[in-house]
Design a binder for this molecule. Structure first.
Ligand SMILES: *[C@@H]1O[C@H](CO)[C@@H](O)[C@H](O)[C@H]1NC(C)=O
Ligand SMILES: *[C@@H]1O[C@H](CO)[C@@H](O)[C@H](O)[C@H]1NC(C)=O
Length: 293
């Protein structure tokens, strides 16, 4: 190795090391977010439109601790209040809070889309959610290397859209029965080509947003994440099995895994396996998100 290539290698090393990146709000007592920010939403004006979002402070919030930031996006016809309360077919914050109790907790952010959806016209929802990140992180202590987004249906499409537009500003997404077209990809910045760790789940008998769209979104991130193309095909469960088949793709770039769960079932945020009373979806999402530290 020549000295020149050695020094280039050394220069490039620090960017490979992901480290804690505390947000501007670290070390300060919050001025904006309070414990009532789960009942009275915070507001922003973006592109002359009034927007709002709920924020859940962790219990015993510690302003010196950089927390995970997790967007929990509602579906078409739903709203953020339902995601917060766990009504209208949702479990609160997609079922994550009881699982994320490993000394740190997380900051959950549930924003409202326009017209109860995430059409993201001209990238306006990406612009709104970028502003939400800035606003929350100016007030609260977030680890900027640990931002996530999840959602069901339109909320899944918007999580995918965020991955396309924000790229490495998001550590991982969990896309539950979404679609690549309805919120778009790379509308509002980004080229849709950056790697983002990707978890997708989809019902193989989904008649609202067919599983083909789920596969298409997954395949974009298989490509972005350098997972290779030979392994795209993933087994899917037999009709009537009420089961799920999980594929953990091999060969993806370090820290950019892709996981795909196909389940025998319809369009739902809370799929269950044969005979089970509880959904497995939160466990799969948290198993995926929890590997990023
Ligand atoms: C607050 O968080 C910091 C950083 O993680 C930690 O060192 C400190 O012990 C925490 N304080 C309390 C009271 O838990
Ligand atoms: C954390 O979650 C696990 C699994 O749900 C549960 O068994 C445990 O009691 C919880 N711990 C706390 C401190 O809430």
């Amino acid at each position: 190795m020549t000295p020149l290539s050695l020094s280039l290698l050394l220069l490039s090393l620090p960017t490979l090391t992901l480290s804690l990146t505390p947000s501007p709000g670290c070390g300060n007592q919050p001025k904006l977010v309070t414990s009532s920010s789960t009942t009275t939403p915070l507001t922003l004006t973006v592109n002359s439109k009034a927007r709002n979002f709920f924020v859940a402070l962790p219990q015993n919030y510690n302003a010196s601790h950089p927390y995970r930031f997790i967007f929990t996006l509602h579906a078409l016809g739903g709203n953020a209040g339902q995601v917060v309360a766990g009504t209208g077919g949702y479990v609160p914050y997609y079922g994550l809070p009881p699982l994320i109790n490993d000394t740190t907790g997380a900051i959950y952010v549930a924003p409202n889309g326009l017209n109860n959806g995430w059409q993201n016209q001209g990238g306006e929802d990406v612009a709104f959610l970028r502003d939400v990140i800035r606003t929350v992180e100016a007030d609260l202590c977030v680890d900027q290397d640990l931002r996530f987004s999840t959602g069901f249906s339109y909320g899944a499409a918007m999580s995918y859209s965020l991955a396309c537009s924000l790229g490495k500003a998001l550590r991982a997404v969990a896309v539950l029965s979404g679609n690549p077209q309805i919120s778009g990809c790379a509308t509002g910045g980004g080229g849709g080509a950056e790697p983002v760790a990707y978890y997708g789940q989809h019902g193989t008998s989904d008649t609202v947003l067919p599983v083909s769209g789920g596969r298409e979104m997954r395949d974009r991130f298989l490509k972005n994440n350098g997972c290779g193309t030979a392994t795209k095909e993933a087994p899917e469960p037999a009709k009537g099995s009420n089961g799920k088949v999980k594929t953990v793709y091999q060969g993806c770039a370090a820290d950019k895994p892709v996981v795909w769960v196909a389940f025998d079932g319809p369009h739902t945020p809370t799929p269950k396996e044969n005979g089970a009373s509880a959904t497995w979806a939160p466990d799969e999402t948290w198993e995926f998100f929890s590997r990023f530290k």
